[in-house]
Write a protein that binds this ligand. Structure first.
Ligand code: GLP
Length: 236
């Protein structure tokens, strides 16, 4: 099992600076051909720092972790919209990929996405974490060998993420998500988690035992993980 590098920071902005330096160095050394991106409030300061910088992503391919099934990229709740708002309309990438929420055939869309990931192995994957320990939309109980699939969102995720939907009745209850194996295939994983809401998940990870009820703990199976957090690394 790999050893996690814990980076203790005081605030999300400090975490964003850490990611910035790391990404900058990899870009300069031509070690960042493919980057995996994530959505959520946690990522906003990270993308803000990139947007305000001269970083050049024009030779980098970007993949996003997930997308709601049934949402159009023009829907403000879609992750395509989020990425465009916070990053893609400000920075040019060689190519950006995100699951197509409007695909006719869900199975085909999952296969297409996984195939693209195989063609372009991820150098880095950025990750946030849900309060219930989900990574991307891999909910508790998801197999470590899972590939890109359609996940049913748990009541907890529907509750937490539902706050962003004006009309909760219209919130999708399923989403495309890279699987845990698709994520573990990346060369390096960088997870960011800030605030008390994430404490339970971070403490589970720090316990150092893989528990399928806490998808975040599958990161323990990866040899190169950095966790950036304002939550004190709990004693082991
Ligand atoms: C969603 C995404 C996750 C993300 C999580 C946390 O559920 N599918 O990839 O990690 O939100 O979001 P936030 O950063 O807003 O807490």
């Amino acid at each position: 099992m790999g050893k996690i590098r814990w980076i203790q920071v005081n605030a999300p902005e400090e975490g964003a600076t850490y990611v910035y330096e790391l990404v900058k160095e990899k870009l300069e050394n031509d070690e960042l051909r493919v980057i995996g991106l994530a959505t959520g409030g946690t990522m906003e300061p990270v993308y803000e720092a990139w947007v305000q910088s001269p970083l050049d992503f024009s030779n980098t391919i970007a993949f996003n972790l997930d997308e709601y099934v049934g949402l159009d990229p023009s829907s403000p709740n879609s992750y395509a919209y989020f990425m465009n708002e916070h990053l893609f309309q400000h920075k040019t990438f060689l190519k950006t990929y995100i699951p197509n929420g409007l695909a006719d055939d869900e199975d085909e869309e999952c296969e297409r996405y996984e195939r693209l990931l195989n063609e372009h192995p991820l150098d880095i994957q950025l990750l946030g974490v849900g309060e219930n320990g989900h990574i991307a939309f891999n909910e508790p109980g998801t197999s470590q060998d899972s590939l890109t699939h359609v996940a049913s969102l748990t009541p907890s995720t529907l509750e937490v993420n539902g706050q962003y939907f004006e009309n909760r009745e219209k919130m999708p209850t399923t989403a495309y998500t890279m699987g845990i194996r698709s994520i573990l295939n990346a060369k390096q994983l960088i997870l960011l988690a800030f605030g008390e809401r994430k404490r339970a998940a971070i403490e589970k990870l720090a316990e150092g035992v893989i528990d399928p009820n806490w998808p975040i703990t599958h990161l323990l199976a990866h040899p190169n993980v950095i966790v950036i957090s304002d939550l004190v690394e709990p004693k082991r």
